[in-house]
Design a protein around this ligand. Sequence first.
Ligand code: SPQ
Length: 429
Amino acid sequence: MAALTLKTDIGRLFGEVTIPGDKSISHRSVMFGSVAHGVTTVTNFLKGDDCLSTISCFRKLGVRIEESNDQLRIFGNGFEGLTEPNELLDVGNSGTTIRLLMGILAGRPFFSSLIGDESIGKRPMTRVTNPLSNMGAKIDGRHNGSYTPLSIRGGHLESINYTLPVASAQVKSALILAGLQADGVSQIIEPAETRDHTERMIRRFGGKIEKDNKVITVKGGQKLTAASIHVPGDISSAAFFLVAGAIISGSEIHLKNVGLNSTRTGIIEVLQKMGADLEIHENHDNKFEPTGDLIIKSSSLKGTIIEGDLIPKLIDEVPIIALMATQAEGDTIIKDAEELKVKETNRIDTVVQELKKLGASIEATKDGMVIHGKSKLHGGVVSSHGDHRIGMMLAVAALLSKEEVLLEKPEAISVSYPNFFEHLNNLIQ
Ligand code: SPQ
């Protein structure tokens, strides 16, 4: 796709956005619907490219999935209802799809091959393939099973007692999904708390999982029963509007239906620490996943330090937080965030490289970045590098420029937010 001329030199942002469905929860709703017994219905499913890849993989595994405008119907027949695929399972750009799917396939007595796009081909898979192999799955792939294409022959699994070497919800979830099919009780220990959507899904589908601080315990052989799922709005998508509203003078944006699961709300803590004018209206009747409405107004911001256990709660928001820091007084230091190097792109390098092109004062460090505020951003030619979150961050950055900003590879944004530009443009005054 040709480079896109972004909106620049705007007055302010004003109005309301209904945030589309959460990507992490949408993936999991299809996966659990497929391995449960009965018909699962899903509303507010995110029809972004990543979640559509998950649907396509489960169809190839023999699951009937009906899509209408406002709902998905998934006809699950249990883990044992999945059948050997005749075709390659293509996960596109989606790390969540491939890693969680491997946890499911590890326990299935058949052969499958998984592929993805160029970015997936660079993302480390041994974090999942090693513990799954220890449980009994036979997995191979490029560089000794480290990278796609991967092949997996599943079957009988032994339970596992495993301390995660990195705080990763994807690794944790893959092991939980394998643990559900294993003999005995598995224990997974997290170095820091990560998003708990998989654990919540198990309970929603009638299963049991225990969590004691950072220790997760799950018993194999559980039967899951179909459920109805309403997917809350994605706080990682809302983050772009929260930051845009905070940094563009005179703005006021109302965000409806945002997921407020405390394992995901690091962005809210950072906005508050930096002095943002944010109102939170929690919705008290959603016990499956907490939700609420947010109102953000522009205000003056100050730099902060972001580190430690807060990082997994905002890992996908670091690109847009870095932009916010360029508009805050003083320095912002982001550390303990080495995981950013193995996302769709190396998000430390791509954030630093692209924001510098627009005039930001920002440096990469070994495990994060330092941003010196406040910078006046200007025009230029920037690239998403094929990473949706970098693309959306740059579209918000461009709003601050008086000169033209061209975005290369804008199509990446459809991975998690297909109508992002429509929503942004509706707010511009
Ligand atoms: O699915 P994918 O490509 O890994 O997506 C990203 C994103 O920015 O949307 C990461 F690049 O989100 C991950 C997130 O970083 C989604 C996720 C999940 O749904 O479990 C967990 C996080 O990854 P990880 O590796 O920390 O477990």
